[in-house]
Design a protein around this ligand. Structure first.
Ligand code: DX5
Ligand code: ZN
Length: 217
């Protein structure tokens, strides 16, 4: 599988989300950051907005839930039509049950790890998920610098997934740009979230293609 580029609409114009989604029609997924001001110190948008974004987006929606109690709230995002729903390992009480429920609703199930959360305790969940999201900044805000110390964790995740023989995607989120994407791809990530790098570019469509070809090496 070639690299996937999922622009984060956190860096889009919140008064023009339909227009800014149309601008990323050449991307693989639209990454939508849901924050509850509890799991992270920021508040973005919730289910009613995601329901409409799913309807107007030219590409499938990749929902990243930075919220407490995803066991309770995440399935509704799958029911709303998000193609992929990612919840945080630090917040979920029954991750296996939740991942199964997301899949039952037809969504890909993603498990996210904060930069300081080790991957090893979660390796026995690999058979239950479709994607592992290794956060490469502290979740909560766009435009932060990539944390170099996450590269070994990406490598360990990649190695464990390859050893398992399972087709689990490794996604990275935070500080992905022209200056970091090659090293991150080399560490084994295949799905790249990029907010400020894409929406801050003069030519959004061209930037997606540049990032994808750099990741594909
Ligand atoms: C941060 C969000 C990211 C954010 C990334 O908590 O999960 O998706 O939009 O922004 P950049 O690409 O600017 O680091
Ligand atoms: Zn995100």
């Amino acid at each position: 599988m070639g690299a996937l580029i999922n622009p984060s609409i956190l860096s889009a114009d919140f008064a023009n989300l339909e227009r800014d989604l149309a601008a990323i029609r050449g991307a693989d997924y639209a990454h939508v950051d849901v924050m509850d001001n509890h799991f992270v110190p920021n508040l973005t948008l919730g289910l009613p907005v995601v329901e409409r974004l799913v309807q107007v987006s030219p590409v499938p929606v990749d929902a990243h839930l930075m919220i407490e109690d995803p066991d309770r709230w995440a399935p509704a995002f799958a029911e709303a039509g998000a193609a992929s729903v990612t919840f945080h390992a630090e917040a979920a009480s029954a991750p296996v049950r939740l991942a199964r429920e997301l899949r039952r609703h037809g969504a890909r199930a993603g498990l996210a790890l904060r930069p300081a959360t080790p991957v090893e305790p979660f390796l026995d969940l690999l058979g239950e998920i479709d994607m592992l999201l290794v956060m490469t900044v502290e979740p909560g805000f766009g435009g932060q610098s990539f944390i170099e110390g996450t590269l070994p964790k990406i490598r360990r995740a990649r190695a464990a997934i390859d050893a398992s023989g399972l087709d689990v995607w490794v996604q990275v989120d935070g500080g992905v740009s022209r200056s970091t994407i090659e090293r991150i791809a080399d560490a084994g990530a295949t799905v790249f979230v990029a907010g400020s790098a894409v929406y801050g570019a003069d030519d959004v469509a061209a930037e997606i293609d540049v990032l994808r070809s750099m990741a594909d090496g």
